[in-house]
Write a protein that binds this ligand. Structure first.
Ligand SMILES: Nc1ncnc2c1ncn2[C@@H]1O[C@H](COP(=O)(O)OP(=O)(O)OP(=O)(O)O)[C@@H](O)[C@H]1O
Length: 403
C-alpha cells in the first residue's frame, strides 16, 4: 500500500529552490533513508513531507490524500515527526514528554485516561526506556533523549514516522539500538519510516530504500544494495582522498604514494598492513591475491596496484612474473603470513624471489613453516611476531624513529 507519494515536488524557502522535481513512493512498512552531503536539502525535504514547510511546487500525498488537505489532529494520528531541534523542557520527566505525544488522542484538555497511560508505558517499553520514565528529560544523555523523542512520536500511534538524523551524537551502540527499534516498528507494526542519516554503512544495511540527494536533485532512489555502489557513494560525497567499499561498508583512505613496499597478501592478512602503511604515507603495491579475497577488496578501494588471480584458480606463471616485476621496483617486501593453500602456493616462490633479489624481507610467518618452504637461510629475512614489529623494522622516519 502506498503511504506517501510526491509528484513533481520542489521544496525550498521563498524563491530558493533546494530540491527540485521529486517523484517518489514509499510503501507501508518501508524504511526510506535520505543520504546526501551537508546542505543538500535532507532536512528541507523532511520538513516539507511533515507539512512544516509548504512545497514550492508539486504535491505530497499521504495514503492518496493531498497533504495540504489533511488537517491538524487527523494528520497527527497519521504522521509523527522527530526533528533535530533540542528541547528545553524544564522539569518534565521522560514520561511527561512521551505523554505529550498523546495529544491527538486526549483532546484539548489533554487529560490522560488509564488507557493513555497504558499506551505511554507501552511506548516507553518499545524504546527499552521504562527505567528512565521518572527521570527529568533535561538530565538524560543524548542517546536516552533520542529514544524518548521516538517514544513520544510512537505515542501518537502514527502510521508514518519522519526523523531527521536520529543517530547524530549517538555512540555506535545507541545508533544500532535506535535503528533496531525502527526496524522492529516497520516490520512488526507496519509503520513507515522516513529518515535522514549520515551513517552510510548503517543506512545501506538497515533501510529498505535509499534516496541520494545532491545539488538540488535526487540523483538516485532504490534498493540500497543497488543504489549504494562504491562509485555512487563516493560521487555523492565528492570523496577524493578515500574510497567507499559498499561490499564491506568501509571507507578506506587512498594510498597515492609511490610504492616502496610490496605486500604479499591474502586471506585478510594484508589489510592491517595496507592500512598502517597508508596512514604513514608509505606507498604499497600488493599480490598475488585472488579477486574474491578481502585483501583484494580493500586494496582496490585504496587504489593500490595489485597483482591478482581469478577466484579459486591456481596462480598462473604469467601472474607470478608480473608480481616479480612489481617487487623489482620496491626496496622492501612484507610477507603478511597469508595461508599457503594449493591455489596460492606460488606466493612462496614470490617470497623466495624477493629474498634472492636482495630485498629486505619482513615476514610474520611461522618459523617452522618458512623453514619447510625455503631451501636456505637468508640474512635479509627478518621474522616478526606482529604487525607492530613489522613496522618497527621498516626503518621509516629516520634513524632511531619509532614512527
Ligand atoms: N530557513 C531557511 N531559509 C533559507 N534557506 C535555508 C533554511 N534552512 C536551510 N536553508 C538552506 O537550504 C539548503 C538545504 O539545507 P538543509 O538543512 O535542508 O540541508 P541538509 O541536507 O539537511 O544538511 P545537513 O546534513 O547539514 O543537516 C542549505 O543551503 C541551507 O542553507
Amino acid at each position: 500500500m502506498k503511504m506517501l507519494e510526491t509528484r513533481n515536488l520542489t521544496v525550498g524557502y521563498g524563491n530558493k529552490e533546494v530540491v527540485r522535481e521529486m517523484n517518489i513512493e514509499v510503501l507501508k512498512g518501508q524504511i526510506l533513508c535520505i543520504l546526501g552531503p551537508n546542505g543538500s536539502g535532507k532536512s528541507t525535504i523532511l520538513k516539507s513531507l511533515s507539512k512544516l514547510l509548504n512545497p514550492l511546487k508539486g504535491d505530497i500525498y499521504i495514503k492518496g490524500e493531498k497533504l495540504s488537505d489533511i488537517k491538524g489532529t487527523s494528520l497527527s494520528k497519521t504522521l509523527a515527526v522527530v526533528l533535530t531541534e533540542r528541547l528545553n523542557v524544564g522539569f518534565l520527566t521522560s514520561f511527561d514528554i512521551v505523554a505529550m505525544g498523546r495529544y491527538p488522542h486526549t483532546g484539548i484538555l489533554g487529560r490522560l485516561t488509564k488507557s493513555d497511560e497504558k499506551k505511554i508505558w507501552e511506548c516507553l517499553g518499545m524504546i527499552n526506556g521504562e527505567n528512565i520514565a521518572t527521570r527529568y528529560y533535561n538530565e538524560l544523555s543524548d542517546g536516552e533523549k533520542q529514544k524518548v523523542l521516538l517514544a513520544r512520536a510512537l505515542a501518537q500511534e502514527p502510521e508514518i514516522i519522519i526523523l531527521d538524523e536520529p543517530t547524530t551524537h549517538l555512540d555506535v551502540k545507541h545508533k544500532l539500538e535506535v535503528m533496531s527499534i525502527l526496524k522492529k516498528l516497520s516490520k512488526e507494526k507496519g509503520i513507515t519510516v522516513i529518515l535522514s542519516l549520515h551513517d552510510i554503512d548503517i543506512a545501506l544495511k538497515s533501510c529498505d530504500r535509499v534516496m541520494l540527494v545532491k545539488k538540488g536533485a535526487i540523483v538516485d532512489f532504490g534498493f540500497p544494495e543497488e543504489v549504494g555502489s562504491n562509485k555512487s557513494i563516493s560521487d555523492l560525497y565528492d570523496i577524493k582522498d578515500a574510497g567507499f567499499n559498499a561490499f564491506l561498508g568501509t571507507i578506506e583512505l587512498s594510498n597515492q604514494s609511490k610504492p616502496s613496499v610490496f605486500v604479499i597478501g591474502g586471506g585478510g592478512h594484508g589489510v592491517p598492513i595496507y592500512r598502517l602503511l597508508t596512514k604513514k604515507g608509505i606507498g604499497v603495491n600488493t599480490g598475488i591475491i585472488h579477486k574474491n579475497d578481502v585483501d583484494y577488496e580493500i586494496a582496490i578501494t585504496m587504489g593500490l596496484d595489485i597483482q591478482s588471480e581469478t577466484p579459486f584458480s591456481e596462480i598462473k606463471d604469467a601472474t607470478l612474473e608480473k608480481a616479480k616485476s612489481m617487487i623489482d621496483k620496491v626496496d622492501t617486501v612484507i610477507d603478511s603470513g597469508c595461508p599457503l593453500g594449493n591455489i596460492n602456493r606460488k606466493n612462496i616462490e614470490l617470497l623466495a624471489y624477493a629474498l634472492e633479489s636482495g630485498k629486505k624481507v619482513l615476514s610474520i610467518r611461522d618459523k617452522d613453516e618458512l623453514q619447510r618452504c625455503l631451501a636456505m637461510n637468508y640474512l635479509n629475512l627478518k621474522l616478526c611476531d606482529s604487525v607492530s614489529e613489522i613496522m618497527d623494522n621498516l626503518d621509516i622516519g629516520g634513524e632511531g624513529s619509532k614512527w
